[in-house]
Design a protein around this ligand. Structure first.
Ligand SMILES: Nc1nc2c(c(=O)[nH]1)N[C@H]1C(S)=C(S)[C@@H](COP(=O)(O)O)O[C@H]1N2
Ligand SMILES: [Mo]
Length: 491
C-alpha cells in the first residue's frame, strides 16, 4: 500500500520541480535547450488543427501563453514526481542521501532525454538532488535533525551562491546587439529613401514606412525559436531536381545582392490587427539558384522547410520571384525573424516566408503545408486592406482630427485610399505617401477633417489594378480577413 503524500513530501517535490525548471532556465535561458522547450514543441505538434485555428481566431497570441503554461505544468509535474519517488525511496531505506541521488540521476536522465544536453542538464538535476536531499533530512514536523543542520546549511548556501552567480552571469550576458548584415551597404540608402517618402503625420506613435526590427510582428508555430549560426546553416534543394544542391552561408552572401522592401501580412490577423509590417531586406534573388538545380517537378510546386519543423508548399513560379534574405534594415536577421536566412515571397501571405530556411524540396504532387493541414488557405496572394489603428487617430490643436494609417495590396500596389466620416455615404480621397519603387510594399495614407459630434469612419483601398477592397466582411480563417475597417471617432 502506498501512503498518500505528506505535506513535507508535497513541499519537497514542488520545490525540487520548481528549482529544476528554474535551474535549466538560468543555464540556457529561453532557448531550444530549456527543458520546457521540447515538451512545448510536442504540445504544439499534437494539438489538433481545429483547436489551433479556434485559438488563433478567439484568443490570438494568448494561445501561445496557454501552450507554455501547459508545458511548464507538465515538466513541473514530471520533476515533482521524480523527486517524490526519490524521497520515498530514501525514507524507506533511511538514507536521505540515496534519495537525493536517485532524484538527481533520474532528473538528469529525463532532462538529457528531452534536451540532449548532458552538461546543461546538470542545471536541472542539481537542484533536484539537493531539494530532495533536504526534504529527506527533515522530519514530518518540519524540524531538521540538529547534527545535520550544519551540512545542510553549507549545501543550501552553495546552491544559493551558484544560483545568484548564474543569474547575474545571464543578466550581464543579456542579449547581444545585432551586428550589421554582410554586404548590406545599400540598405541605408533604401532606408533613407523610405524616410523621404513618408507622410508627415501628427501622431508620434504611428509607424512610418519602415517597421523597427524589434517592433516587427512575429508569428511562429513554436514558442522557442531555433538557434542556428551562419556557420551551421545551409540550404539544400532536394526532390525532383536534376541536381541536388547545397549552399552555405558564405556562398550565399557572395551572390548578387539586393536591398528590397518587402511588406509581410499574416493570413491569421483580424481585419484591423497589426500583423502587417515592412522592412528593407538584404538578400539575393532565388531564380538563378532555382534554375541551377533544374527542377523537374510535375506539379511545378515546392515544399519549403524551416529548422523549427515548419513547412509550406506553393508553386515554383511564385518561389522563383522570391528572395533569400540574411539582413533586415541593415542588421543581420534576428533569431525571431529567421536567423540566419529566410525566404521572402512577394505579394503572398506571410506564411510563405519561411524562416530558418533549410530545405527546398521540389515535389511531383502537391502536399499540404503546416497551416493547410490545419485548415488554412494562406499560400495565395494577399487581400487588399487599409488599416486605421488607434495611433493613427489624433486630435490636432485646432480641433480637427487627423486620421492616418497604412494600406497594402501585395504586388498589385495601392493606387487610392478613400475615407468616409459618415458611415460610407460619402467618400473623400486620402493623401498617400510616395510609392517606393519595390513591387511588394505598403503605402501610408492620411486624411484630416473637422469633427462634428460622433463619426462613423470607414476606410477602403483600391489596388494598383483598380480593384476596390472587398466590402463583405469575413473572419481570417481560412484565407484572410476581408471587409472595410470601420471606427467610431468622437470629437
Ligand atoms: N520556419 C517558420 N517560418 C515561418 C513561420 C513559422 O512559424 N516557422 N511562420 C510564418 C507565418 S504564419 C508568418 S505570418 C511569417 C511571419 O514572419 P515574422 O515572424 O518575421 O513576422 O513567417 C512565416 N514563416
Ligand atoms: Mo501568418
Amino acid at each position: 500500500m502506498t501512503e498518500r503524500p505528506s505535506r513535507r513530501e508535497m513541499l519537497t517535490a514542488s520545490l525540487a520541480g520548481l528549482t529544476a525548471v528554474a535551474g535549466s532556465y538560468v543555464a540556457v535561458g529561453w532557448s531550444p535547450t530549456f527543458v520546457v522547450a521540447p515538451v512545448d514543441q510536442w504540445i504544439v505538434n499534437t494539438t489538433p488543427g481545429a483547436i489551433t485555428t479556434f485559438m488563433i481566431e478567439n484568443v490570438g497570441d494568448a494561445g501561445h501563453l496557454l501552450h507554455i503554461a501547459m508545458a511548464v505544468a507538465a515538466v513541473l509535474g514530471l520533476f515533482g514526481l521524480v523527486s517524490f519517488a526519490g524521497l520515498r525511496a530514501g525514507d524507506r531505506i533511511g538514507q536521505p542521501l540515496v534519495g537525493g541521488l536517485v532524484a538527481g540521476s533520474v532528473g538528469w536522465l529525463l532532462t538529457v532525454a528531452l534536451t540532449r544536453e548532458p552538461l546543461l542538464a546538470l542545471a536541472a538535476a542539481g537542484p533536484m538532488a539537493v531539494f530532495t536531499l533536504v526534504g529527506g533530512f527533515q522530519t514530518e514536523t518540519g524540524a531538521i535533525n540538529l547534527r545535520r543542520r550544519r551540512t545542510l546549511g553549507t549545501v543550501a548556501g552553495a546552491v544559493g551562491f551558484a544560483g545568484v552567480a548564474a543569474i547575474t552571469g545571464r543578466l550581464l550576458h543579456g542579449s547581444e546587439p545585432l551586428g550589421d548584415a554582410p554586404n548590406s551597404e545599400g540598405a541605408d540608402k533604401r532606408l533613407a529613401e523610405a524616410e523621404a517618402s513618408e507622410l508627415d503625420t501628427a501622431s508620434a506613435d504611428l509607424l512610418g514606412l519602415v517597421s523597427p526590427i524589434d517592433g516587427f510582428y512575429n508569428v511562429d508555430i513554436a514558442e522557442f525559436d531555433p538557434e542556428v549560426t551562419s556557420e551551421e546553416w545551409s540550404l539544400t534543394f532536394t526532390g525532383d531536381v536534376e541536381q541536388e544542391r547545397t549552399i552555405e552561408f558564405d556562398d550565399l552572401i557572395d551572390r548578387e545582392v539586393e536591398n528590397r522592401f518587402v511588406t509581410l501580412r499574416c493570413v491569421g490577423e483580424d481585419l484591423n490587427e497589426q500583423k502587417l509590417d515592412n522592412a528593407a531586406w538584404t538578400g539575393t534573388p532565388l531564380r538563378p539558384l532555382l534554375d541551377s538545380v533544374d527542377p523537374q517537378s510535375d506539379c511545378d510546386c515546392a515544399m519549403l522547410r524551416g529548422e523549427d519543423g515548419y513547412y509550406v508548399q506553393f508553386p515554383t513560379d511564385v518561389l522563383a520571384e522570391g528572395f533569400l534574405a540574411w539582413g533586415m534594415n541593415g542588421k543581420e536577421l534576428p533569431t525571431s525573424h529567421g536567423h540566419p536566412v529566410r525566404v521572402l515571397i512577394p505579394g503572398h501571405w506571410g506564411e510563405t516566408n519561411v524562416k530558418w530556411l533549410t530545405e527546398i524540396e521540389l515535389l511531383n504532387t502537391e502536399e499540404d503545408g503546416y497551416w493547410e493541414e490545419r485548415g488554412w488557405e494562406g499560400t495565395g496572394e494577399v487581400k487588399t486592406v487599409a488599416k486605421l489603428w488607434d495611433e493613427g487617430i489624433t486630435e490636432l490643436d485646432d480641433g480637427r482630427i487627423e486620421l492616418a494609417g497604412h494600406a497594402y495590396a501585395g504586388t498589385r500596389g495601392i493606387s487610392r485610399v478613400e475615407v468616409s466620416t459618415d458611415g460610407g455615404d460619402s467618400w473623400v480621397d486620402a493623401d498617400l505617401s510616395e510609392p517606393l519603387p519595390d513591387e511588394d510594399v505598403w503605402r501610408q495614407w492620411r486624411y484630416t477633417f473637422e469633427p462634428d459630434g460622433t463619426h462613423d469612419v470607414v476606410v477602403r483601398a483600391t489596388d494598383g489594378e483598380g480593384n476596390l477592397q472587398t466590402e463583405a466582411e469575413t473572419g481570417s480563417s481560412p484565407d484572410g480577413a476581408a471587409g472595410w475597417v470601420e471606427r467610431t471617432v468622437t470629437e
